[in-house]
Design a protein around this ligand. Structure first.
Ligand code: URA
Length: 440
C-alpha cells in the first residue's frame, strides 16, 4: 500500500477501504507518514467528503490508535457530553454539576481551547490549585463518591486525533463533517461512557455555518455512537452570538458559578437547561418533562452548586472562589469597546469575539502556547439591546496594552446596529436521535 495512491484515489472521489484508512491513521500516528502526505489527504477528504462506511472506519482507526478508559467499576449509566465548540461556551461547567445533583453519573474528559474557541480544561485551571490531570483510579473514586469529575484525557486517549487535529488546524481542514465526526466520536468512544449527548453548534462562531450541515454532522455522529452500542443524541444550538456575557477563562468560571446560583443569562440558561435535561433523559432518569423539572430543582435547592463545590474540592481547587470571585485571576487593564451609533444592536460576530479574546491572551494560536487566564472579554450588550453612541458594547480585559490594541482592531466591525431590533430566535434549533430529526 502506498500513501501516494491513497491520496490519488480520494482526490478522484474514490471510496477508501477500512484497510487503507487504518494504514493512513497508523502510519501518521507513528510518524511514518509525513505531514505533507497527510495534509494532501485531509484536503482531498475536505473536498470529496467520505461515505458513512469510510467515516466509521476512520473513527475506529483513530479510537484504536490508543487506549480506552474502562469505567465499568462505576455502577450505573455513565453519561458524557461533548460540544463541537463555541465562543463563551461554559456549558459543561454548568451541566455536569446539575446532572450529578440529579443522580446522573458524569466522568467527563474535556479539551483545551484552540483557535477562536475556548476549552473547559483551561477555564477550570483558573481556579487556584484545581487539578485537571486525574489518573484512572482517581476518576473512578471521585465519580463513585461525588458523581462527577472533569479531567483532561491521558495523552494516549485517541492519540491519532491529537496529531490529525493539530494538522487540520494549520491546513484549513477543520470544518469537514467526516473529519469532525471521527475526531469527536473517537474521543467519546474511548472515554468509556455508555451514553453520549452531543451539542452541535451552528452559526458564525461555530465550525458549521448552516443548520443543514449541523444536522448532517449530528446525524453522522449519532449513527457512529449508536453503531458502537452507545445511546447517543444531539442538540443543535445557536452560536451566532457568544453564549452568555463572558468570553475567556476566569471570567467564564465566574459566569458558570453565577449560573449554578440561578443567575444565568437567558441564552445560557436555555442551552444548559436543555442539555442537562437531555443528559438525564438518556441516563433514563425520567420523561423529558421530569428531567427538566429535576434540572430546575437542582438549581433552586442549591444541590447543583454543592456538586460543583464538591468537584472543586475533590480536585484540589480553592472552593472559596465560589463565594468570592475576586480570588480568581484578574487582569490589570479593562478597556471599553464603544458603540459607533445610537441604535439597536442586531448582531455581533462570535468568531471575531473569540479571535479578539485569543489576541488578548485568553486563547492559544497553536498547541502548547501559554495562555493568560485573567484575559478575556465581557460583553455588555446583546442583539436586541438599544445602545447609545459611545456606550460600551464590550469590555476588554488584559495585562498588556499592545494586546488590547490588537483586539480592538479585530473588533472594529463586530457589533452591527440598525433602527429596529432583530427577531428573537430560539437557542435550541433541532434534536437528533437514531432515525429521528426534530426541528424547533
Ligand atoms: N471538536 C473536536 O473534538 N474535533 C473537531 O474536529 C472539531 C471540534
Amino acid at each position: 500500500m502506498r500513501i501516494y495512491d491513497i491520496i490519488t484515489k480520494k482526490k478522484r472521489g474514490g471510496e477508501l477501504t477500512a484497510d487503507e484508512i487504518k494504514f493512513v491513521v497508523d502510519g501518521f500516528t507513528s510518524g511514518i507518514i509525513p505531514d505533507e502526505h497527510m495534509s494532501a489527504l485531509l484536503m482531498a477528504i475536505w473536498f470529496r467528503g467520505m461515505s458513512s462506511a469510510e467515516t466509521v472506519s476512520l473513527t475506529t482507526a483513530m479510537l484504536n490508535s490508543g487506549e480506552s478508559i474502562d469505567l465499568s467499576d462505576i455502577p450505573g449509566i455513565k453519561i458524557d457530553k461533548h460540544s463541537t465548540g463555541g465562543v463563551g461556551d461554559k456549558v459543561s461547567l454548568v451541566v455536569v454539576p446539575i446532572v450529578a445533583a440529579c443522580g446522573g453519573i458524569v466522568a467527563k474528559m474535556s479539551g483545551r481551547g484552540l483557535g477562536h474557541t475556548g476549552g473547559t480544561i483551561d477555564k477550570l485551571e483558573s481556579i487556584p490549585g484545581f487539578r485537571t490531570s486525574l489518573t484512572r483510579n482517581e476518576i473512578i473514586e471521585q465519580v463513585k463518591q461525588h458523581g462527577l469529575a472533569i479531567t483532561s484525557p491521558s495523552s494516549n486517549l485517541a492519540p491519532a486525533d491529537k496529531k490529525i487535529y493539530a494538522l487540520r488546524d494549520v491546513t484549513a481542514t477543520v470544518d469537514s463533517i467526516p473529519l469532525i465526526a471521527s475526531s469527536v466520536m473517537s474521543k467519546k468512544l474511548a472515554s468509556g461512557s455508555n451514553a453520549i449527548v452531543l451539542e452541535v453548534t451552528v452559526g458564525n462562531g461555530a465550525f458549521m455555518k448552516n443548520i443543514e450541515d449541523a444536522i448532517k454532522l449530528a446525524d453522522t455522529m449519532v449513527r457512529i455512537g449508536e453503531a458502537a452500542g452507545r445511546r447517543t443524541t444531539a442538540l443543535i444550538t445557536d452560536m451566532d452570538t457568544p453564549l452568555g456575557y463572558e468570553v475567556g477563562n476566569s471570567n467564564e468560571i465566574r459566569e458558570a458559578i453565577d449560573a449554578l446560583k440561578g443567575k444565568a443569562p437567558d441564552d445560557l440558561n436555555e442551552v444548559t437547561r436543555a442539555i442537562a435535561a437531555e443528559m438525564l433523559y438518556v441516563s433514563q432518569k425520567g420523561s423529558p418533562d421530569d428531567c427538566k423539572r429535576m434540572v430546575d430543582n437542582a438549581i433552586k435547592d442549591g444541590s447543583a452548586l454543592q456538586k460543583f463545590r464538591d468537584m472543586v474540592k475533590a480536585q484540589g481547587g480553592d472552593a472559596s472562589v465560589i463565594d468570592d470571585a475576586r480570588k480568581l485571576p484578574q487582569a490589570k487593564y479593562h478597556v471599553a469597546v464603544p458603540a459607533k451609533e445610537t441604535a439597536y444592536l442586531t448582531s455581533m460576530n462570535a468568531e471575531e469575539i473569540g479571535l479578539a479574546s485569543m489576541a488578548l491572551g485568553a486563547g492559544r494560536a497553536k498547541q502548547g502556547d501559554e495562555i493568560d487566564l485573567s484575559a478575556g472579554i465581557t460583553i455588555m450588550k446583546k442583539p436586541g439591546d438599544f445602545v447609545k453612541r459611545g456606550e460600551p458594547c464590550a469590555m476588554l480585559h488584559a495585562n498588556d496594552t499592545k494586546k488590547i490594541q490588537d483586539a480592538q482592531l479585530i473588533l472594529r466591525d463586530t457589533f452591527k446596529a440598525a433602527d429596529k431590533p432583530p427577531k428573537k430566535s430560539p437557542m435550541i434549533l433541532a434534536r437528533v436521535e437514531k432515525d429521528r430529526i426534530e426541528r424547533f
